[in-house]
Design a protein around this ligand. Sequence first.
Ligand code: 13P
Ligand code: SF4
Length: 367
Amino acid sequence: MTATAAIKIQRFSEVSDDDCQARIQAAKEVLGERLLILGHHYQREEVFRHADASGDSLKLSRVAAASRAEYIVFCGVHFMAEVADILSRPDQVAILPDLAAGCSMADMANLAKVERAWRELSEVIDPDQTVTPVTYINSAADLKSFCGEHGGIVCTSTNARHVLEWAFERREKILFFPDQHLGRNTAYKMGIPLDDMVVWDFDQPMGGLTAEQIKNAKMILWKGFCSVHQMFRPEHIDAFRKKFPDGKVISHPEASFEVCQKSDYVGSTEFIIKTINESPDGSRWLVGTELNLVKRLAEQNKARGTHVHFMSPTLCMCSTMFRIDPQHLLWTLENLVEGKVVNQIKVPEKTAAQARLALQRMLDLNI
Ligand code: 13P
Ligand code: SF4
Protein backbone atom coordinates (compact mmCIF):
# COMPACT_ATOMS: atom_id res chain seq x y z
CA MET A 1 0.00 0.00 0.00
CA THR A 2 1.36 3.46 -0.85
CA ALA A 3 1.88 6.08 1.85
CA THR A 4 -0.87 8.23 0.27
CA ALA A 5 -3.32 5.35 0.35
CA ALA A 6 -2.43 4.70 3.99
CA ILE A 7 -3.03 8.34 4.85
CA LYS A 8 -6.37 8.19 3.10
CA ILE A 9 -7.39 5.12 5.12
CA GLN A 10 -6.21 6.95 8.23
CA ARG A 11 -8.61 9.78 7.33
CA PHE A 12 -11.48 7.29 6.92
CA SER A 13 -10.68 5.63 10.24
CA GLU A 14 -11.73 8.88 11.89
CA VAL A 15 -15.24 8.86 10.39
CA SER A 16 -17.81 7.99 13.07
CA ASP A 17 -19.83 4.78 12.74
CA ASP A 18 -23.05 6.79 12.27
CA ASP A 19 -21.58 8.91 9.47
CA CYS A 20 -20.21 5.75 7.85
CA GLN A 21 -23.68 4.22 7.71
CA ALA A 22 -25.17 7.16 5.83
CA ARG A 23 -22.19 7.54 3.46
CA ILE A 24 -22.06 3.80 2.67
CA GLN A 25 -25.76 3.93 1.82
CA ALA A 26 -25.22 6.97 -0.41
CA ALA A 27 -22.29 5.31 -2.23
CA LYS A 28 -24.35 2.15 -2.77
CA GLU A 29 -27.10 4.23 -4.35
CA VAL A 30 -24.65 5.87 -6.76
CA LEU A 31 -23.05 2.55 -7.77
CA GLY A 32 -26.41 0.77 -8.12
CA GLU A 33 -26.30 -2.57 -9.95
CA ARG A 34 -22.62 -2.16 -10.79
CA LEU A 35 -21.93 -3.16 -7.19
CA LEU A 36 -22.57 -6.37 -5.26
CA ILE A 37 -21.68 -6.51 -1.57
CA LEU A 38 -21.37 -10.02 -0.14
CA GLY A 39 -21.45 -10.54 3.62
CA HIS A 40 -20.36 -13.67 5.48
CA HIS A 41 -22.44 -14.60 8.54
CA TYR A 42 -19.52 -13.82 10.87
CA GLN A 43 -19.41 -10.14 9.91
CA ARG A 44 -20.26 -7.60 12.55
CA GLU A 45 -23.73 -6.10 12.37
CA GLU A 46 -22.70 -2.58 11.19
CA VAL A 47 -21.14 -4.15 8.08
CA PHE A 48 -23.49 -7.12 7.60
CA ARG A 49 -26.54 -4.86 7.17
CA HIS A 50 -25.08 -3.44 3.93
CA ALA A 51 -24.70 -6.84 2.25
CA ASP A 52 -26.81 -7.45 -0.88
CA ALA A 53 -26.40 -11.17 -0.26
CA SER A 54 -25.35 -12.98 2.89
CA GLY A 55 -24.45 -16.59 3.42
CA ASP A 56 -21.86 -19.20 4.26
CA SER A 57 -18.82 -19.69 2.06
CA LEU A 58 -20.59 -22.12 -0.29
CA LYS A 59 -23.63 -19.93 -0.83
CA LEU A 60 -21.51 -16.82 -1.34
CA SER A 61 -19.24 -18.58 -3.86
CA ARG A 62 -22.35 -19.48 -5.86
CA VAL A 63 -23.70 -15.91 -5.65
CA ALA A 64 -20.32 -14.56 -6.81
CA ALA A 65 -20.30 -16.99 -9.76
CA ALA A 66 -23.82 -15.97 -10.85
CA SER A 67 -23.36 -12.23 -10.36
CA ARG A 68 -23.32 -9.73 -13.22
CA ALA A 69 -22.05 -6.84 -11.09
CA GLU A 70 -18.88 -5.04 -12.13
CA TYR A 71 -17.54 -4.85 -8.55
CA ILE A 72 -17.87 -7.67 -6.01
CA VAL A 73 -16.99 -6.30 -2.59
CA PHE A 74 -16.47 -9.23 -0.26
CA CYS A 75 -17.07 -8.59 3.42
CA GLY A 76 -15.42 -11.78 4.57
CA VAL A 77 -11.83 -12.99 4.52
CA HIS A 78 -9.11 -13.22 1.89
CA PHE A 79 -9.76 -16.76 0.59
CA MET A 80 -13.43 -15.86 -0.01
CA ALA A 81 -12.52 -12.87 -2.17
CA GLU A 82 -10.09 -15.11 -4.09
CA VAL A 83 -12.92 -17.57 -4.78
CA ALA A 84 -15.12 -14.69 -5.98
CA ASP A 85 -12.35 -13.62 -8.35
CA ILE A 86 -11.75 -17.16 -9.65
CA LEU A 87 -15.44 -17.85 -10.29
CA SER A 88 -16.43 -14.47 -11.71
CA ARG A 89 -15.94 -13.20 -15.27
CA PRO A 90 -12.54 -11.70 -16.20
CA ASP A 91 -14.01 -8.19 -16.42
CA GLN A 92 -15.45 -8.34 -12.89
CA VAL A 93 -13.40 -7.03 -9.99
CA ALA A 94 -13.26 -8.74 -6.58
CA ILE A 95 -12.41 -6.48 -3.66
CA LEU A 96 -11.56 -7.13 -0.01
CA PRO A 97 -12.09 -3.93 2.03
CA ASP A 98 -9.14 -4.70 4.34
CA LEU A 99 -6.28 -6.81 2.98
CA ALA A 100 -5.36 -7.84 6.54
CA ALA A 101 -8.61 -9.85 6.77
CA GLY A 102 -7.08 -13.31 6.40
CA CYS A 103 -7.95 -16.65 7.99
CA SER A 104 -5.50 -18.04 10.53
CA MET A 105 -6.58 -21.60 9.72
CA ALA A 106 -6.04 -21.09 5.98
CA ASP A 107 -2.54 -19.84 6.78
CA MET A 108 -1.67 -23.14 8.50
CA ALA A 109 -1.21 -24.77 5.09
CA ASN A 110 0.81 -23.39 2.21
CA LEU A 111 1.91 -24.69 -1.18
CA ALA A 112 5.51 -25.41 -0.14
CA LYS A 113 4.38 -27.54 2.81
CA VAL A 114 1.70 -29.40 0.85
CA GLU A 115 4.13 -30.11 -2.02
CA ARG A 116 6.64 -31.37 0.53
CA ALA A 117 3.99 -33.64 2.06
CA TRP A 118 3.16 -34.99 -1.43
CA ARG A 119 6.87 -35.68 -2.10
CA GLU A 120 7.31 -37.38 1.27
CA LEU A 121 4.19 -39.48 0.78
CA SER A 122 5.59 -40.64 -2.56
CA GLU A 123 8.50 -42.27 -0.70
CA VAL A 124 5.97 -44.69 0.78
CA ILE A 125 2.97 -44.81 -1.57
CA ASP A 126 2.13 -43.45 -5.03
CA PRO A 127 -0.03 -40.46 -4.04
CA ASP A 128 -1.17 -39.65 -7.60
CA GLN A 129 -2.71 -43.14 -7.79
CA THR A 130 -3.87 -43.60 -4.21
CA VAL A 131 -4.56 -40.20 -2.60
CA THR A 132 -7.18 -37.58 -3.47
CA PRO A 133 -6.14 -34.17 -2.12
CA VAL A 134 -9.15 -32.35 -0.66
CA THR A 135 -8.86 -28.76 0.46
CA TYR A 136 -11.35 -26.95 2.63
CA ILE A 137 -12.45 -23.75 0.89
CA ASN A 138 -10.63 -21.97 3.76
CA SER A 139 -7.31 -22.13 1.90
CA ALA A 140 -5.21 -20.06 -0.48
CA ALA A 141 -5.89 -20.22 -4.24
CA ASP A 142 -2.61 -22.04 -4.96
CA LEU A 143 -3.72 -24.93 -2.73
CA LYS A 144 -7.00 -25.17 -4.63
CA SER A 145 -4.88 -25.14 -7.77
CA PHE A 146 -2.76 -27.99 -6.35
CA CYS A 147 -5.97 -30.00 -5.88
CA GLY A 148 -7.10 -29.19 -9.42
CA GLU A 149 -3.80 -30.43 -10.81
CA HIS A 150 -3.73 -33.64 -8.75
CA GLY A 151 -7.29 -34.88 -9.37
CA GLY A 152 -8.52 -33.28 -6.16
CA ILE A 153 -11.40 -31.09 -5.11
CA VAL A 154 -12.52 -28.29 -2.77
CA CYS A 155 -15.11 -28.71 -0.01
CA THR A 156 -17.04 -26.47 2.35
CA SER A 157 -18.54 -27.39 5.69
CA THR A 158 -21.93 -27.80 3.95
CA ASN A 159 -20.86 -30.35 1.37
CA ALA A 160 -17.83 -32.03 3.04
CA ARG A 161 -19.51 -35.44 3.27
CA HIS A 162 -20.47 -35.55 -0.43
CA VAL A 163 -17.03 -34.32 -1.40
CA LEU A 164 -15.32 -37.05 0.65
CA GLU A 165 -17.61 -39.64 -0.98
CA TRP A 166 -16.60 -38.28 -4.40
CA ALA A 167 -12.93 -38.47 -3.39
CA PHE A 168 -13.13 -42.04 -2.08
CA GLU A 169 -14.85 -43.16 -5.29
CA ARG A 170 -11.65 -42.18 -7.10
CA ARG A 171 -8.79 -43.15 -4.79
CA GLU A 172 -8.47 -45.12 -1.57
CA LYS A 173 -7.01 -42.34 0.62
CA ILE A 174 -7.60 -38.64 1.21
CA LEU A 175 -5.11 -35.94 2.18
CA PHE A 176 -7.36 -33.35 3.83
CA PHE A 177 -6.14 -29.81 4.55
CA PRO A 178 -5.97 -27.45 6.36
CA ASP A 179 -8.63 -28.26 9.03
CA GLN A 180 -8.14 -31.58 10.80
CA HIS A 181 -11.45 -31.21 12.67
CA LEU A 182 -13.72 -30.85 9.63
CA GLY A 183 -11.94 -33.82 8.06
CA ARG A 184 -12.17 -36.01 11.16
CA ASN A 185 -15.75 -35.10 12.11
CA THR A 186 -17.01 -35.67 8.57
CA ALA A 187 -15.15 -38.93 7.97
CA TYR A 188 -16.22 -40.35 11.34
CA LYS A 189 -19.86 -39.58 10.53
CA MET A 190 -19.40 -41.53 7.29
CA GLY A 191 -18.37 -44.57 9.33
CA ILE A 192 -14.58 -44.30 9.06
CA PRO A 193 -13.09 -45.28 12.44
CA LEU A 194 -10.62 -42.96 14.18
CA ASP A 195 -8.00 -45.72 13.87
CA ASP A 196 -8.06 -45.22 10.09
CA MET A 197 -7.14 -41.54 10.45
CA VAL A 198 -3.71 -40.04 11.07
CA VAL A 199 -2.64 -36.45 11.67
CA TRP A 200 0.02 -35.02 9.35
CA ASP A 201 2.23 -32.74 11.45
CA PHE A 202 3.60 -30.40 8.79
CA ASP A 203 6.50 -29.37 11.03
CA GLN A 204 7.87 -32.94 11.21
CA PRO A 205 9.64 -34.95 8.52
CA MET A 206 7.16 -37.41 7.00
CA GLY A 207 4.39 -35.65 8.95
CA GLY A 208 5.70 -37.35 12.10
CA LEU A 209 4.28 -40.67 10.81
CA THR A 210 5.77 -44.08 10.12
CA ALA A 211 5.54 -45.72 6.69
CA GLU A 212 3.19 -48.29 8.24
CA GLN A 213 0.83 -45.60 9.58
CA ILE A 214 0.69 -43.91 6.17
CA LYS A 215 0.01 -47.17 4.33
CA ASN A 216 -2.79 -48.11 6.74
CA ALA A 217 -4.52 -44.70 6.87
CA LYS A 218 -7.63 -43.79 4.90
CA MET A 219 -7.69 -40.15 6.04
CA ILE A 220 -4.49 -38.12 6.37
CA LEU A 221 -5.52 -35.01 8.31
CA TRP A 222 -3.45 -31.83 8.13
CA LYS A 223 -2.69 -30.52 11.61
CA GLY A 224 -4.60 -27.24 11.15
CA PHE A 225 -7.43 -25.82 13.22
CA CYS A 226 -9.56 -22.73 13.66
CA SER A 227 -8.50 -20.57 16.58
CA VAL A 228 -12.12 -19.53 17.18
CA HIS A 229 -13.76 -22.97 17.13
CA GLN A 230 -11.03 -24.59 19.23
CA MET A 231 -12.22 -22.43 22.16
CA PHE A 232 -15.32 -24.59 22.59
CA ARG A 233 -14.87 -27.40 25.11
CA PRO A 234 -16.90 -30.50 26.06
CA GLU A 235 -17.18 -29.17 29.61
CA HIS A 236 -19.07 -26.11 28.31
CA ILE A 237 -21.68 -28.50 26.95
CA ASP A 238 -21.79 -30.49 30.21
CA ALA A 239 -22.38 -27.30 32.23
CA PHE A 240 -25.18 -26.20 29.85
CA ARG A 241 -26.91 -29.58 29.95
CA LYS A 242 -26.78 -29.63 33.74
CA LYS A 243 -28.44 -26.23 33.92
CA PHE A 244 -30.88 -26.72 31.02
CA PRO A 245 -31.57 -30.45 30.54
CA ASP A 246 -34.10 -29.71 27.76
CA GLY A 247 -31.71 -27.43 25.83
CA LYS A 248 -30.19 -28.43 22.50
CA VAL A 249 -26.56 -28.12 21.43
CA ILE A 250 -25.44 -27.25 17.90
CA SER A 251 -21.86 -26.85 16.68
CA HIS A 252 -19.86 -26.04 13.57
CA PRO A 253 -17.73 -29.00 12.35
CA GLU A 254 -14.55 -26.93 12.84
CA ALA A 255 -15.06 -27.61 16.57
CA SER A 256 -13.16 -30.54 18.10
CA PHE A 257 -14.25 -34.16 17.79
CA GLU A 258 -15.23 -34.27 21.49
CA VAL A 259 -17.43 -31.17 21.16
CA CYS A 260 -19.10 -32.45 17.98
CA GLN A 261 -19.72 -35.85 19.58
CA LYS A 262 -21.49 -34.20 22.50
CA SER A 263 -23.59 -31.92 20.26
CA ASP A 264 -27.14 -32.76 19.13
CA TYR A 265 -26.50 -31.22 15.71
CA VAL A 266 -23.35 -30.42 13.73
CA GLY A 267 -23.28 -28.36 10.54
CA SER A 268 -22.26 -25.29 8.58
CA THR A 269 -23.28 -21.76 9.42
CA GLU A 270 -26.26 -21.97 7.02
CA PHE A 271 -27.35 -25.22 8.71
CA ILE A 272 -27.05 -23.67 12.18
CA ILE A 273 -29.13 -20.66 11.17
CA LYS A 274 -31.86 -22.77 9.53
CA THR A 275 -32.05 -25.22 12.46
CA ILE A 276 -32.41 -22.50 15.09
CA ASN A 277 -34.74 -20.27 13.08
CA GLU A 278 -37.04 -23.22 12.43
CA SER A 279 -36.94 -24.57 16.01
CA PRO A 280 -40.07 -24.48 18.22
CA ASP A 281 -40.88 -21.19 20.00
CA GLY A 282 -39.39 -21.09 23.47
CA SER A 283 -36.63 -23.61 22.78
CA ARG A 284 -33.11 -23.12 24.16
CA TRP A 285 -29.83 -23.53 22.26
CA LEU A 286 -26.14 -23.66 23.01
CA VAL A 287 -24.25 -22.71 19.86
CA GLY A 288 -20.62 -23.48 19.06
CA THR A 289 -19.71 -21.05 16.34
CA GLU A 290 -18.49 -17.47 15.89
CA LEU A 291 -19.83 -14.82 18.26
CA ASN A 292 -21.26 -12.31 15.76
CA LEU A 293 -23.46 -14.97 14.20
CA VAL A 294 -24.58 -16.27 17.61
CA LYS A 295 -25.44 -12.73 18.76
CA ARG A 296 -27.48 -12.19 15.58
CA LEU A 297 -29.35 -15.47 16.09
CA ALA A 298 -30.08 -14.57 19.72
CA GLU A 299 -31.46 -11.19 18.65
CA GLN A 300 -33.56 -12.58 15.78
CA ASN A 301 -35.15 -15.29 17.92
CA LYS A 302 -35.72 -13.56 21.25
CA ALA A 303 -39.19 -12.18 20.37
CA ARG A 304 -40.53 -15.74 20.13
CA GLY A 305 -39.02 -16.69 23.49
CA THR A 306 -36.20 -18.76 22.01
CA HIS A 307 -32.93 -18.52 23.94
CA VAL A 308 -29.61 -18.71 22.14
CA HIS A 309 -26.42 -19.07 24.22
CA PHE A 310 -22.81 -18.78 23.10
CA MET A 311 -20.80 -21.93 23.89
CA SER A 312 -17.64 -20.41 25.35
CA PRO A 313 -17.43 -18.28 28.50
CA THR A 314 -14.72 -16.30 26.65
CA LEU A 315 -16.21 -13.91 24.11
CA CYS A 316 -14.16 -15.18 21.16
CA MET A 317 -14.86 -13.85 17.70
CA CYS A 318 -13.09 -14.19 14.39
CA SER A 319 -10.62 -11.33 14.75
CA THR A 320 -9.74 -11.36 11.06
CA MET A 321 -13.37 -11.10 9.90
CA PHE A 322 -13.60 -8.24 12.39
CA ARG A 323 -10.99 -6.32 10.37
CA ILE A 324 -13.74 -5.41 7.92
CA ASP A 325 -15.24 -2.40 9.63
CA PRO A 326 -17.65 0.25 8.30
CA GLN A 327 -14.70 2.61 7.77
CA HIS A 328 -12.90 0.23 5.39
CA LEU A 329 -16.15 -0.53 3.58
CA LEU A 330 -16.79 3.19 3.18
CA TRP A 331 -13.22 3.81 1.93
CA THR A 332 -13.66 1.04 -0.65
CA LEU A 333 -17.02 2.27 -1.89
CA GLU A 334 -16.19 5.98 -2.07
CA ASN A 335 -13.08 5.12 -4.09
CA LEU A 336 -15.27 3.13 -6.49
CA VAL A 337 -17.62 6.12 -6.80
CA GLU A 338 -14.55 8.14 -7.87
CA GLY A 339 -13.66 5.43 -10.39
CA LYS A 340 -10.72 4.06 -8.34
CA VAL A 341 -10.40 0.38 -7.46
CA VAL A 342 -8.68 -0.26 -4.12
CA ASN A 343 -7.75 -3.64 -2.59
CA GLN A 344 -8.51 -5.70 -5.67
CA ILE A 345 -7.95 -9.45 -5.19
CA LYS A 346 -6.59 -10.93 -8.40
CA VAL A 347 -5.49 -14.55 -8.63
CA PRO A 348 -2.93 -15.12 -11.44
CA GLU A 349 -4.67 -16.90 -14.34
CA LYS A 350 -2.39 -19.96 -14.28
CA THR A 351 -3.28 -20.62 -10.62
CA ALA A 352 -6.91 -19.62 -11.16
CA ALA A 353 -7.43 -22.12 -14.00
CA GLN A 354 -6.52 -25.17 -11.90
CA ALA A 355 -8.24 -23.78 -8.80
CA ARG A 356 -11.40 -23.26 -10.89
CA LEU A 357 -11.24 -26.90 -11.91
CA ALA A 358 -11.15 -28.05 -8.25
CA LEU A 359 -13.95 -25.63 -7.35
CA GLN A 360 -16.02 -26.69 -10.36
CA ARG A 361 -15.75 -30.36 -9.33
CA MET A 362 -17.31 -29.30 -6.02
CA LEU A 363 -20.00 -27.09 -7.59
CA ASP A 364 -20.92 -29.89 -10.01
CA LEU A 365 -21.95 -32.05 -7.05
CA ASN A 366 -24.84 -29.60 -6.69
CA ILE A 367 -25.06 -29.91 -2.91
P1 13P B 1 -18.96 -21.70 6.56
O1 13P B 1 -18.56 -22.45 5.34
O2 13P B 1 -19.88 -22.48 7.44
O3 13P B 1 -19.44 -20.35 6.21
O4 13P B 1 -17.64 -21.51 7.44
C1 13P B 1 -16.60 -20.70 7.01
C2 13P B 1 -15.72 -20.42 8.12
O5 13P B 1 -14.71 -19.78 7.98
C3 13P B 1 -16.07 -20.98 9.41
O6 13P B 1 -15.12 -20.68 10.34
FE1 SF4 C 1 -10.81 -18.76 9.55
FE2 SF4 C 1 -11.73 -19.60 11.90
FE3 SF4 C 1 -12.14 -17.08 11.13
FE4 SF4 C 1 -13.43 -19.09 9.94
S1 SF4 C 1 -13.65 -18.42 12.07
S2 SF4 C 1 -12.45 -17.35 8.92
S3 SF4 C 1 -11.85 -20.66 9.96
S4 SF4 C 1 -10.14 -18.05 11.57
